[in-house]
Design a protein. Sequence first.
Length: 197
Amino acid sequence: MAGLDNIINEILNDAKASAREITDQAKKEADEILAAARAEADSAASEISKKSDNDVKTVEERAKSSADMQKRQAVLKMKQEVISDVIEEAHQRMVDMDIDSYFDLVEKMLKSYARAEKGELFLNERDRGRMPAGFTHKLEAIAKEKGGELILSSETRKIDGGFVLSYGGIEENCSIGAMFSGRNDELVDAVNAELFS
């Protein structure tokens, strides 16, 4: 889907600076935790220095290991939040596209999902009300190209955007939300690679 890829690329570019700031902040906080842990280790070391040098070394290693673990966890949490935000923003941008671009995307999706059968297409209430003139003719033409027949239902479905197709009483959710959900792992990997590799 070129539209989805273009939006994700645009958002990725916008998000890189934000992601770096968040990652830098997480690293700074983790470094502060590490400094505090080292200070705690130094304090503990002075108290137990009478026992043995080996005990001091063990305490320092544990404190450093704990601080390193907290740092990694903080950075990972920030990365996950940035990735989630980028994907959600891409999703919302697709839903909020201008009418012409949005219905162009719906037509491209329809070309992928239409079948050589007789069926019915359902939009959400918002899209049903803002449908451009001639959309039903395009819908019919796309279905005909696939060797099928589609009619636009007077009913609506509670979806974020896109459409629901019904063939023989079996509905297929082709909403934008379903598209993002179905490709979530792929999107997470792509955003992660783009922002943090």
